[in-house]
Ligand binder design. Structure first.
Ligand SMILES: Cc1cc2nc3c(=O)[nH]c(=O)nc-3n(C[C@H](O)[C@H](O)[C@H](O)COP(=O)(O)OP(=O)(O)OC[C@H]3O[C@@H](n4cnc5c(N)ncnc54)[C@H](O)[C@@H]3O)c2cc1C
Length: 491
């Protein structure tokens, strides 16, 4: 376990972050207004095996709250929450929505920071029971339901010496993650964005037809499934995935400096990024600490994970880190530590606890140093010590295959405002708004899966190349001409 390899001080810092993350739950007012179409919904309830929960149902408030993973919930109120338990349930629900001119939001894990699937009126189709998991180890393929979580998939594949670029947080399911492109573990050497490893899918279209989607059948839908996110015009009931041999000796190196060293560290990041092989994943984090370390309560951390097969290879892969490190002395360091996939999830989960959240994402054509020069002082003012910013650089030439996923640039920032107390909403949201004011004018695009799609009517459009955005709209018109499924929030 990575925790055993951390110093006592590092462990106590990480442990207190985790404890803070689980300390409280949000309060949320219930809703009891009658739904206009209960009579109609009882027809659907009679047809399907899963629950149909309308607004007047005693468990509606709780079920609506539980649709959303983070603790800051939306006020939007769908007319009904439909828990699908089978393909037949999905088909009946989609046909019902089409016949009754009701819009449907599709939800699997509810991780969308902006609660994309939960809208006012209409239906939320809950796909969280779609949990098939069949691995063909010989052919390195798997059929996986959208509701299988990253940690579950890693565990099952790991036992067979296989891997897949799952999300960095253990609790993220494949459902919306793969549709949004999927920025996953080891994506540098496991085929790029995780959606590139989607060989095909089983889906239900807006007219309630089950379809098989692959290179031969509806290839345009496969193109869209690889990155269009909430623009995808069908319900995914299973993914067919390409798998990879699991590296046998994963190691990480990690260094942490006081926040005032951010410019030096961010200047170094592209330099070391160029020197590192594709088997090494490199992140920079701006982090708050619950208690100061060597006088620093806000820090900049760089972590590199080498997906190697031997310790010797890992040492070689990580050697550019220690060889080129900035002169400033780190206040915490780990050098070439062996880790398992579980350890990686544990480590990242510490920085992404279930709490009240406001998030956004920004791509830039300018360097990390230039972005930090304008931004780091504002990070220092974050009211909550839990808030952090994930930063990545891509200094090597970027070659994206022809998929809907089309936004990747030199510099990437994903700021997260995390807090626990509802009374602190205003100050933490204001901090995120100011973050957006600083970063938006410098940026050239967004990552659709984690962008604040409501911050601007162009957030979703700017998450794609212009040609791909037009193609996504055309496919939406082709496969869902009557708008049975919701599209991008805020657009
Ligand atoms: C803690 C945390 C960590 C994260 N880490 C990463 C990461 O490492 N890499 C990364 O790329 N992203 C990451 N994300 C973002 C994540 O990928 C998206 O939030 C994604 O939408 C999560 O999938 P979901 O099924 O929970 O989405 P939901 O919130 O359930 O749905 C979001 C949207 O996805 C679509 N959708 C969901 N399920 C289906 C389905 N079965 N069929 C058709 N459409 C569907 C719908 O349009 C829906 O509106 C993270 C998010 C969180 C909260």
């Amino acid at each position: 376990m990575i925790i055993k390899q951390l110093s006592r001080r590092q462990f106590s810092v990480l442990a207190s972050r985790l404890a803070a993350g689980f300390a409280a739950f949000s309060s949320f007012g219930g809703c009891s207004a009658p739904s206009p179409g209960n009579k109609t919904f009882s027809d659907l309830a009679a047809k399907i095996a899963g629950d149909v929960i309308t607004r007047d149902h005693e468990s509606y408030a709780e079920r609506r709250r539980n649709l959303i993973w983070q603790l800051r919930k939306t006020d939007r109120r769908p007319d009904a929450i439909v828990q699908a338990t089978s393909l037949e349930d999905v088909i009946s629900t989609v046909k019902f929505a089409a016949q009754n001119s009701m819009k449907t939001g599709i939800r699997t894990g509810g991780h969308s920071w902006v609660h994309s699937s939960v809208r006012d009126g209409g239906i939320v189709l809950d796909m969280s029971r779609f949990r098939d998991l069949a691995v063909d180890a010989e052919n390195k393929t798997a059929v996986v339901g959208p509701a299988i979580y990253a940690r579950e998939l890693a565990a099952v594949l790991g036992r067979q010496g296989l891997g897949f670029p799952m999300a960095h947080c253990s609790t993220v399911p494949l459902g919306g993650y793969l549709l949004g492109g999927g920025q996953g573990w080891n994506w540098g050497s496991w085929g790029g964005a995780a959606c590139n490893s989607v060989l095909g899918l089983e889906a239900v279209t807006a007219d309630g037809e089950p379809v098989r989607v692959d290179e031969k059948n509806h290839p345009d839908l496969l193109w869209a499934a690889r990155g269009s996110g909430p623009g995808f015009p069908a319900v995914v009931t299973n993914y067919h995935l390409k798998l990879y041999p699991l590296p046998r000796a994963i190691h990480l190196s990690s260094h942490t400096w006081p926040l005032q060293d951010t410019l030096a560290v961010s200047e170094w990041l592209p330099e070391v990024g160029l020197a590192l092989a594709d088997k090494v994943e490199l992140f920079m984090f701006l982090l708050g600490l619950p208690e100061p370390v060597d006088g620093a309560s806000k820090v900049v951390n760089v972590t590199a994970v080498a997906f190697a097969d031997t310790e010797k290879e890992a040492r070689e892969l990580l050697s550019p880190i220690s060889a080129t490190r900035p002169a400033a002395k780190p206040i915490m360091s780990e050098e070439v530590k062996p880790v398992m996939f579980d350890d990686l999830f544990n480590l990242v989960d510490l920085s992404f606890p279930p709490c009240r959240t406001a998030a956004d994402t920004f791509y830039f054509d300018i360097s990390m140093r230039d972005v930090m020069e304008k931004y780091v002082d504002h990070f220092a003012t974050a009211p909550s010590p839990m808030s952090n910013v994930l930063c990545e650089v891509k200094p090597k030439p970027i070659h994206l295959p022809d998929t809907a996923y089309s936004m990747r640039r030199l510099t990437f920032l994903s700021p997260y405002s995390f807090w626990m107390d509802e009374n602190e909403d205003e100050q933490n949201i204001a901090w995120m708004r100011r973050t957006q004011e600083i970063l938006a004018p410098l940026s050239v695009g967004h990552f659709v899966s984690e962008a604040d799609l409501e911050a601007s009517p162009t957030r979703s459009e700017r998450s794609f190349s212009q040609a791909n955005w037009q193609k996504i709209q055309a496919l939406k018109n082709k496969y869902d001409p009557n708008g049975v499924f919701h599209t991008f929030l805020g657009h």
